[in-house]
Design a protein around this ligand. Sequence first.
Ligand SMILES: [Zn+2]
Ligand SMILES: [Zn+2]
Length: 422
Amino acid sequence: MVVEMERFSGACTCGREHEITVKAVWIEAGAVTKLDKLLKQYSFPVIICDENTKRAALPFMKNYFETLEVLTVTGEDIHANDIFVDQVEKKLSEKADCLLAVGSGTVHDLTRYTAYQRGIEFISIPTAASVDGFVSSVAAMTWHGMKKALTAKAPRYVLADTDIFKNAPFRLTASGISDLMGKYTALLDWRISHILTGEYLCEAIYDLELEAVREVELVLDNIKTGDPESMEKLMYALILSGLAMQMAGNSRPASGAEHHVSHLWEMEIINDYIDALHGEKVSVGLILCLEYYEKIKEAVQAKTCKVIDGRAYETELLKQTFGKKGMYELALEENDPNLMEELSLKDLEEKLPEIANEIEKLPDSKKMQKLLSDAGCITTMEQLGLSEEKKELTLRLCPYVRRRLTLLRLSKNLSFPGSLYG
Ligand SMILES: [Zn+2]
Ligand SMILES: [Zn+2]
């Protein structure tokens, strides 16, 4: 399928002109052959890949691997961080005027960041439907230990070749499913912040994204059996999520508290290194957030939810956790000025029924857990090698990893039976 880009750019009912820098997206078998034509406009295209993604793409891109310059990122445990950015920067020819990201999330983040730094274009060739970041204009990076969303470049073209990505190891596809289902809480967080602070929210983006997530939810069984059409639906929804970020101008439509859980674990503040994929961590984050949000909803409905003043930073907690890793100052820097400084507790109290109403629209946590685990996804902390005892600390701490208002951050002002506060 060719994704109609006109649908996504231009004047919108939200009052903004949405800007999409991606010129064309193909999601189909044989999509990589479009390169023949596309590459004519560049004089020195360079393929960026790692050993695994090269192996996956090689049978379908043999001529390109033979004729173009290839930069293979090497090393143990390749990540999107300052160390590997450095490696790419050092290996990359000065003459490069277009980069071809052949890989999954990490290769894309390294490529988009480098393309931005060099001021050149890049073409995305995803080798797995594993993350939603392919068309994003920000790179999810670990920069000197802190998780950062750094300004980067969106691809000019996306060539998602079904022949390549449908054969990816299922674990990668499962991770993509989880990353996508995480949009449920990401969108909820966006809505709640909009309700409470008037933060910009575009209904068109919101609906587009929710619709794509629901479409995929209906075909999870077929994805498990590798049905190409259903795999393409997953890839489409993931790419759409990236387009949504471009339209909104930030990652708001795609990343909320469920991602903050994942980021906290990636930062290794309260745990050791977890050998898991992005989507696998988001998956567990999603279930934890759904469970806690359900408790909030039930308490509001039972009128046992009290508003307390939890707006100030939990300084002691931050010192004992981030501080022990020498990251107390960094955490404060990320959070300043305090997102909840201006929050009116009276407003929060008044809007509780509306908030509960929104939570009601989320999928049930138990049903989501079953759905994901039936689809072959990870859903528990135990599966990640994390003790369940860290659940409460994770939920308390993760809102500090990114300066973004979520219901989880707001819940520091809510006391109810089973709540973490008050
Ligand atoms: Zn809009
Ligand atoms: Zn994600």
